[in-house]
Design a protein around this ligand. Structure first.
Ligand code: F6R
Length: 592
């Protein structure tokens, strides 16, 4: 989704806003803009394209403003053009506003505004907010915002400045993330913590229904009735380096290689002898996992583990489907919501509606202070550090680490299983040390238009994840499937032009998947397999064979997913695509 930033202090705002925007570019990247408050006037510049276009446009301009707001856009309402880019103004240059989210009733608001003589120039929903603030302004920006909020329907975060009130920004959160950064004689606003890391680690993540009134000397937080709230700040543990590329060509590649370390960090938190869950999993009659995309795939793997080690039934739902389904859910159910960002609207709202019906809500989240973590009864954090590449990699394996630790937490074999788990980071390191070989294999397939990914049991969700990685960053069509289901339909696709990636570690379904490979070969399909080193069967059957070290059956997903992440990465990079910011995608999806 879009990214918004704000700065007020003593430094030149333009530099701070641009640096923060670059760090938020993963949230949206079709256009960007800034509004700067200087000498009682608002200067606005916006450009279509990446933030570098905005930087080029601002280059050499004498901009000394010390207060301003900025935006990087992921279009929802209205095409990608300068007119629709943010900041939006009231037309008289009195107010400028940046927004992330959707104003659902903007059509009615627009009609109302036009009937009041307002000149509505863009196709966006956002423009309505700034005109409403302008119409309701009587000398105090906060009061005008308070008057407008009851008129807005939807989910949003926005920041607004006024030419009549220098050194002041008002920011609002309702359904889309917004974090206040605290400095010395300066304060900040941003959609996400990584944007603030170069400037401060002291933050206040706003909750839905909160307003931040920001000046260089202080921050006041109010509710939507205008009551002052007392909020504690938190100190972010992430360091600046963790949000930089550190010599890698892309964030995604860096994040793939970080996995052994961050998985070890995550495991550490959950395996100590005295680590105890605040509840017993066995007391629930059922577990329902809700998540989207990659986090959903982690949930599918979690289901196998929880059913195996806890022994209660687990359902895994796409959050967007669960939210509007009639699935009976309530007391006696544990809902596990998995989300890297902790802000994904589908995941949050499906989890919240289950909680309202009486289920206990446990979340697995990467971002401290995120909405989902605050809304849950319990939160287990992944310690992956900031994930900047739009395609999730390290947060997936960290989610697996939490899910596995959770599943075995009360198992009689826990000690033994933990010992197995502790070996995983080194084994992941071994897989990654063979990245060059995986690259060679990958580049053989960079010109293909379709690929099929197959797996069974724990490798089925890994196949889904491998296919998702490839399609989202290389734009090559890829389909993940349970290998046993292939004969019920997808087998019709197989001919000499169809590469089939088969995830086939030696586990309980190994013999079965070998038969599935034979079925592919009988139809002249091209097999690329991922399996245990020294597996001569697989080697013989495959055109390309990617070896991973042997590991306990339950832990194979930690290793098998790595070659598939690299496979997708190397193809996308070879094709010259924007790996970290693939088209049409946004890192945090705060709309339903
Ligand atoms: C894929 C990817 C997405 C996210 C999904 C959920 O690489 O990143 O599919 O997994 O949007 O996001 P979170 O985990 O933040 O809820």
């Amino acid at each position: 989704m879009c990214g918004i930033v704000g700065y007020t202090g003593k430094r030149r705002a333009v530099f701070i806003l641009l640096e923060a925007l670059e760090r938020l570019e993963y949230r949206g990247y079709d256009s960007s803009g800034v509004a700067l408050l200087e000498g009682g006037q608002i200067f606005v510049d916006k450009k279509v394209g990446k933030i570098r276009e905005l930087i080029k446009s601002l280059w050499g301009k004498e901009l000394n403003a010390t207060t301003g707001i900025g935006h990087t856009r992921w279009a929802t309402h209205g095409g990608v053009c300068e007119l629709n880019a943010h900041p939006h103004t009231d037309g008289e240059g009195r107010f400028a506003l940046v927004h992330n989210g959707i104003i659902e009733n903007y059509r009615e608001l627009k009609e109302y505004l036009i009937s009041r003589g307002v000149k509505y120039v863009s196709e966006t929903d956002t423009e309505a907010i700034v005109h409403l603030i302008s119409l309701n302004y009587e000398g105090d920006l906060l009061k005008a915002v308070l008057k407008v909020l009851p008129m807005l329907k939807g989910a949003y975060a926005f920041a607004v400045i006024s030419s009549m009130e220098p050194n002041r920004i008002v920011g609002v959160r309702y359904g889309s993330p917004l974090v206040v950064g605290l400095g010395e004689g300066e304060n900040f606003l941003a959609s996400d913590i990584p944007a603030l890391l170069p400037f401060t680690k002291k933050v206040i993540p706003l909750e839905d229904g909160e307003i931040a009134d920001i000046t260089p000397d202080g921050v006041s937080i109010y509710d939507f009735e205008g009551n002052l709230k007392v909020k504690e700040s938190i100190t972010v543990q992430w360091d600046l380096l963790s949000a930089e590329k550190g010599g890698f060509k892309h964030f995604m590649l860096k994040e793939i290689f970080e996995q052994p370390r961050v998985v070890a960090d995550t495991i550490k938190g959950y395996i100590s002898r005295d680590y105890e869950l605040p509840f017993s999993l066995k007391d629930f009659r059922r577990i329902v996992i809700t998540a989207c995309g990659t986090s959903y795939h982690a949930g599918l793997i979690g289901k196998y583990w929880l059913e195996r080690f806890v022994g209660i039934p687990v359902e895994v739902s796409y959050a967007s489907e669960l939210r509007y389904s009639d699935t009976p859910i309530g007391e006696g159910d544990l809902v596990i919501a998995i989300s890297q960002s902790g802000e994904t609207a589908d995941t949050r709202f499906s989890a919240l509606s289950a909680k309202e019906k009486g289920a206990v809500l446990l979340s697995i989240v990467n971002v401290m202070g995120s909405a989902l973590s605050r809304e849950s009864d319990y939160t287990l954090y992944t310690h992956a550090g900031p994930e900047i590449g739009v395609a999730a990699t390290k947060t997936f394996t960290c989610q697996l680490a939490v899910l596995f630790s959770l599943a075995i937490s009360a198992h009689p074999e826990r000690e033994n299983l933990i010992n197995q788990l502790l070996k995983v980071p080194n084994l992941m390191e071994e897989v990654l040390s063979k990245a060059e070989g995986i690259k060679e294999v990958a580049l053989n397939y960079s010109q293909r238009k379709n690929l099929l990914y197959l797996g069974r049991y724990l490798s089925y969700p890994v196949a889904l994840e491998g296919a998702l990685k490839l399609k989202e960053i290389s734009y090559i069509h890829a389909e993940g499937y349970p290998a046993g289901e292939m004969k019920h339909g997808p087998i019709a696709l197989i001919d000499q032009h169809m590469p089939v990636v088969v995830v086939a570690p030696r586990d309980r379904v190994y013999e079965k998947i070998l038969s599935n490979i034979e079925e592919v070969l009988a139809r002249k399909g091209i097999v690329i397999s991922v399996g245990f080193e020294g597996d001569e069967n697989l080697k013989k059957l495959s055109k390309d064979f990617i070896e991973i070290p042997q590991v306990a059956e339950e832990l194979t997903p930690f290793l098998t997913v790595l070659p598939l992440q690299l496979f997708a990465y190397y193809i996308a990079d070879y094709l010259g695509l924007d790996v970290d910011q693939p088209r049409n995608l946004a890192k945090t999806v705060t709309v339903e």
